[in-house]
Every structure is written in C-alpha cells, then in structure tokens.
Design a protein around this ligand. Structure first.
Ligand code: CA
Length: 220
C-alpha cells in the first residue's frame, strides 16, 4: 500500500521538486497551491500525510491546520520560513507532527515524512492489546503467536482503531476508513463488521461501544 501525501505549497518550484522526491521515494503525491484548495483536497482525497506551507495565499497555513485537526488526526508536517519559537509552539499546540524550516534539503523532508508515517503506523506495524500486531505492509495480523484471518474491511477497521486508540469513531468515519461510503446500509454494515472483528479478536477485543455515537478502541 502506497502512502498518499498531500503537499500544500504556493511556490511552484518547491511544490514540484518536493513531489518529485516524494514520488521517487515511493509515495503517491498530490499538490495544491493555496490554503482553500489544500483544505478541499484534504477533505476529498483523505491523504495519509500533509505537508503544509504555513505562509500561504488565501487561507493561512495555521488555519488550514486547525481545520484539519477538527476533522482528522492525519499527520501534518509544516514547511515554513517562520522560525520564531512562538510560531513553533503555536503549531505544536495545534497538533503539528513535525516542522521543517526553509530552505531545506528535499531528501531531509522525505526522511521526516518516512519517520512521521512510521510513528503513525502508516508504514509499519500497529500494536494493540494482548500482543496484537497488525503489519500494514504484509497485511498480516497476529494475536500473540496466532495468525488471524481478517477480511480487508476488518483489517482496515482495526488499522483505523489502532492508529488512534481511545478516539471515538462514528459509523460514517468507520465506513470511510474501510473505503465504503454508501450510506444506505450505514449502521448495520459497520455493526456487522465490528461484531465479526470482535469475534476474531476474542474476549479481550478492546472495541468498546460508545452509546449513541459509535466505537472506540481501548488500549487497556
Ligand atoms: Ca509560501
């Protein structure tokens, strides 16, 4: 599975060279040149990671970040000429995952992208309770020594839970996570997947029902 990176950067040269380097490193890349278009692409395309220039025409970068954070916990790396301590702190308060100051070496940014994705579990192994291991590259799930056979939808659901333990997901968000956004069978579909997933994970499944809202994964 190729991770998908959204680059929001108004300087065409930087955006172009960045997307070339990222593509060479194996990522799928999309670029936008202002804050509004960037936010729209974020909502529509659901990237795995966002590279966000903070000095943007139109909607400022920190506003884009704030809007992103209201919706999803997608990792965001900021790109900026602003270097004051205050800006940095403000960015981190808003939920930035990393910061790169211009001018920068594209390869350095690529390695930051890899590190952030690894931390967020995009490229590697997600862990859950009771020795649960979900290997995103091999698409394999183990519970202790036992291999679990999960359907692709169950795998995607579990990955969404393990990326954000403790977070409450509503059913629509869970359908988005499995790539099924037809709303007609909304509740029942999710509930069936969850029931099957719980059964496969056993007694210590960790998937809690949040009454009237949806589900959450409890790490302990
Ligand atoms: Ca800029």
């Amino acid at each position: 599975m190729q991770a998908f990176v959204l680059v929001i950067e108004d300087e065409p040269d930087i955006a172009l060279s960045l997307s070339r380097y990222l593509e060479r490193a194996g990522y799928r890349v999309s670029t936008r040149h202002d804050g509004g278009a960037g936010l729209e692409a974020f909502l529509n395309d659901k990237p795995d990671l966002v590279i966000l220039d903070l000095m943007l025409p139109g909607l400022p970068g920190l506003e884009v970040l704030r809007s992103i954070r209201e919706i999803r916990s997608t990792p965001v790396i900021a790109l900026t000429a602003l270097t004051t301590q205050e800006d940095r702190l403000h960015g981190f308060e808003l939920g930035l995952d990393d910061y790169v100051t211009k001018p920068f070496y594209p390869l350095e940014l690529v390695s930051r992208v890899q590190a952030v994705l690894r931390r967020s579990g995009m490229n590697g192994v997600l862990r859950g309770r009771g020795g649960l291991n979900l290997d995103l590259e091999r698409h394999a799930v183990k519970l202790g020594d036992a291999t679990l056979e999960l359907r692709p939808t169950e795998f995607a659901l579990l990955a969404a839970f393990l990326r954000a333990p403790g977070r409450v997901f509503n059913r629509l968000e869970l359908l988005e996570a499995v790539g099924d956004e037809s709303r007609d069978t909304l509740e029942r579909t999710v509930d069936v997947h969850i029931r099957n997933l719980r059964q496969k994970l056993g007694n210590d499944h960790g998937i809690e029902t949040v009454f009237g809202v949806g589900y959450r994964y409890a790490l302990e």
